[in-house]
Design a protein. Structure first.
Length: 279
């Protein structure tokens, strides 16, 4: 087997929260990439989860900015970065949803390879002092102290914030002096959130697989799914449903794209998802 186009190359990974532990092994084992993290890189200046430094633009724009920052610091022509977004599920009340995106920029070929994953059961939550929620129940639910926490204050100390809380004694002491209305929330930084680190390992594996997949037309790496089409026909009456019927695969280097069937081979939808059979 001939080596792939990334074998033996080095990419700068723009992270300050230990994500190289998740991305390094899959990218070394698959496409053969070596990752380096620049000393002193400050990706927080491009935005933080807590919002004390707002993130500008879309999640994709934020990831590109991170990758370019790392490339500018090192002079390397391969730049890797990832970004996450977590919040309430848009369709299921009281549940949370996470989205992780990674991008590899190759200045030598002027190409970009992007991969995403979702997490429908992230460790994500908040607790407000003085409310009806029980503190111990909240701490067990988020797996504290393995999961780090952030404590922030409103009045009379707006803007005060402690990140990375993992010491139960420190947490109790801080809460004991806090006014009602102080907020505890899960620290979503990768090195403070074991569940998020697991999701990043899934993302890294998918990115590694994608970098090993070449375009059938130009043989550039990174050929993979870039979109979906909905309209899977009902198995009973044939009406189009909102389920995925096909996938769009595209090349990051040329205009080649293909329409492919669902990865699971499903060609008919359950009538329970049909707007006609189950209105």
């Amino acid at each position: 087997m001939r080596p792939g186009p990334f074998a033996g190359r080095t990419a700068v990974f723009a992270t300050m929260h230990g994500k190289e532990a998740a991305f390094g092994p899959p990218l070394a084992a698959g496409p053969g990439l070596t990752l380096v993290v620049p000393e002193g890189i400050d990706t927080d200046r491009l935005g933080t989860f807590t919002g004390d430094i707002p993130r500008a633009g879309t999640i994709e724009e934020a990831v590109r900015a991170k990758a370019r920052l790392g490339m500018a610091m090192t002079g390397l022509n391969l730049g890797l970065a990832s970004e996450g977004a977590y919040g309430p599920h848009p369709q299921i009340p009281f549940l949370a949803l996470g989205l992780e995106t990674a991008i590899l920029l190759d200045a030598a070929t002027q190409t970009e390879v992007r991969e995403t994953v979702t997490d429908e059961t992230p460790t994500y939550g908040r607790f407000e002092t003085g409310g009806t929620q029980d503190l111990d129940t909240f701490l067990r639910r988020v797996d504290f102290p393995a999961q780090g926490l952030i404590l922030s204050w409103g009045a009379p100390e707006p803007g005060r914030m402690i990140k990375g809380l993992r010491d139960p004694a420190v947490l109790r002491a801080e809460l004991g002096s806090a006014e009602a209305g102080a907020v505890l929330e899960t620290d979503m930084r990768a090195h403070m959130n074991p569940r998020r680190m697991e999701t990043l390992r899934r993302l890294a594996t998918r990115l590694a697989d994608r970098l090993c997949c070449t375009c059938p037309l130009c043989e550039a790496p990174g050929f993979g799914r870039t979109g979906v089409e909905t309209g899977l026909p009902c198995g009973c009456c044939g009406t189009a449903t909102g389920l995925v019927v096909s996938e769009l695969w595209s090349c990051p280097a040329c205009a080649h794209s293909e329409r492919r069937g669902r990865a699971d081979g499903t060609t008919r939808a359950d009538p329970g998802t049909c707007p006609l059979c189950n209105p």
